[in-house]
Write a protein that binds this ligand. Structure first.
Ligand code: NAP
Length: 477
């Protein structure tokens, strides 16, 4: 069995280790820096996780649910504390941060309540004899998670996979180490056995070794397409099951009969929630000509009215981006789009004040040859397209390498559902973009990845679906 040992090359020798660093994006001040684990420390944590699995796999659903429900209750009770750390580390506005903590608590509570039902044996009906499918856990699941929802992303993997009887080891993003550590402590406080939930402050190189490690039985990533290609390839080489929740460039389709007031409110929320740093945010606004001018006028005015400020202040309407480098990259992306022919209708620049603030931005005239046409803008940048009719809207929405979500606005709900059926994505919303609910499966197709998190489907990703057939059936002669 290959394991990580101190004698294997460390990343610090091969390339610069990624910094696990809390930097407040509101003012650029470094709060705290953390060291990555040594290979020896990592080996010890994987060993504990593997050992924990050997007992946790035999715990009853009721026993698992006690710890899960306790973790949910702690999150709820300490929502302010958890939210504060998140806002400090990645700049999420405090109200949104509190909402995320409460939602994470709901997800854990949901799986505590429903896991046994979701994984109950399934009776089949063969023509001869009896058969059923039973679900059993796989082992240690390696989860790699992004900074944009520092707790919700962790709850999305911990809730279902721990209730299924797996254990998890988690590599969180480099810029949210305090959130990562706080979430690990949550499980200790909830009474979890050692090794049930393990936070790993590790480099990409060490992450590759973890994927290779035979004790790891599955890999779940939420992140960029580039990370997806790298980690899915590694998992595939090891013939390990994986789920990939990657980026998106979701269409927000406005048909000519949409209720404008209702639609513009969702357009603003859909683009600006979490300062635009959401995988399934509305990114391409596709509006039928007849309503386009009116929509654009109201949408532009609403974005222009947002006021930058301290994300800890509940009255702030525009927070900073998560890091200085996220801002610099996004500004470069806008510059490239403009150099290739896009027009800036609103914003496009850094806001001249301390912190990683960007003006809410609207780009128009984006032709298919422009790299922006196929890019994901992970921040407050909306792409606007005017189309002549419904067919043109559907064709444009589908002309994307991504396939995560999307939405359509119309007062004719039946028409909205028909349009939703024609869009090639994993999720569609009619007259809302109410993206995520513990009960509803979340995930995409194409470059947005594969597999689903949340709901019944989310808990089925890392379990063995074993067929058991019984009956005295004569052997064929
Ligand atoms: P990212 O750079 O891919 O990072 C995500 C996580 O992957 C981080 O923990 C990162 O660690 C790690 N990572 C990246 N490359 C890796 C590699 N080669 N080996 C091991 N670990 C690696 O993504 P991001 O820019 O932080 O997050 C934004 C992206 O995530 C967007 O594209 C967004 O759409 C997507 N996202 C998707 C969903 C969904 O459910 N579909 C949800 C949220 C976000 P380091 O920080 O140490 O590099």
């Amino acid at each position: 069995m290959t394991t990580l040992t101190a004698s294997q090359p460390t990343v610090s020798k091969a390339k610069k280790a990624p910094a696990y660093q809390s930097v407040n994006p509101y003012n650029g001040k470094t709060i705290k820096t953390f060291k990555t684990l040594s290979n020896k420390q990592l080996e010890g944590k994987l060993d504990l996780a593997a050992r924990c699995f050997e007992t946790w796999r035999h715990a009853s659903y009721a026993e698992r649910a006690v710890i899960m429900a306790k973790a949910a209750a702690i999150l709820h009770a300490k929502a302010d504390e958890f939210a504060h750390t998140m806002t400090l580390e990645m700049g999420k506005r405090i109200n949104e941060a509190r909402g995320e903590v409460e939602f994470s608590s709901d997800i854990l509570g949901y799986y505590a309540k429903n896991a046994e039902r979701f994984l109950a044996p399934l009776k089949l009906n063969p023509t001869i004899g009896e058969a059923h499918i039973e679900s059993s856990p796989l082992g240690v699941i390696f989860c790699v998670e992004p900074w944009n929802f520092p707790y919700y992303q962790l709850a999305r993997v911990a809730g279902p996979h721990l209730m299924a009887g797996n254990v998890v080891v988690v590599k969180h993003a480099g810029c949210v180490p305090q959130c990562a550590i706080a979430f690990e402590k949550l499980w200790i406080e909830a009474g979890a056995p050692v090794g049930l939930y393990t936070n790993l402050l590790i480099s990409h190189r060490q992450s590759d070794h973890v994927v290779d490690d035979p004790r790891i039985k599955g890999v779940a990533l939420t992140g960029s397409v580039a990370a997806g290609r790298s980690i899915a390839a590694r998992a595939g080489k090891n013939l390990k099951i994986s789920s990939m929740e990657l980026g998106g460039s979701d269409a927000f389709i406005v048909l000519e009969d949409a209720d404008l007031e209702h639609t513009v409110k969702w357009a603003v929320w859909g683009r600006m929630y979490n300062t635009g740093q959401t995988c399934c945010a509305a990114k391409r606004f596709i509006v039928i000509d007849k309503l386009a001018d009116k929509f654009l006028e109201k949408f532009t005015a609403a974005l222009a009215a947002l006021k930058p400020g301290d994300p800890m202040d509940e009255k702030t309407t525009l927070g900073p981006l998560s890091t200085e480098s996220a801002l610099v990259d996004l500004l470069k992306q806008v510059d490239v789009a403009v150099a290739k022919g896009a027009k800036v209708l609103l914003g496009g620049k850094r806001i001249e004040r301390p912190g990683a603030f960007m003006e809410p931005t609207i780009l128009t005239d984006i032709k298919p040859e422009n790299p922006a046409f196929r890019d994901e803008f992970f921040g407050p940048v909306a792409m606007f397209f005017r189309v002549k009719d419904e067919d043109a809207a559907v064709a444009l929405a589908n002309d994307s390498d991504f396939g995560l979500g999307g939405s359509v606005f119309t007062q004719d709900v039946a028409r909205g559902k028909r349009v939703a059926s024609r869009i090639e994505t994993g999720m569609m919303f009619v007259n809302n973009i109410s993206w995520s609910d513990a009960e509803l499966p979340f995930g995409g197709i194409k470059n947005s990845g594969y597999g689903r998190e949340l709901g019944d489907m989310g808990i089925q990703e890392f379990v063995n679906k074993k067929l058991v057939r019984s009956g005295v059936i004569e052997a064929p002669v």
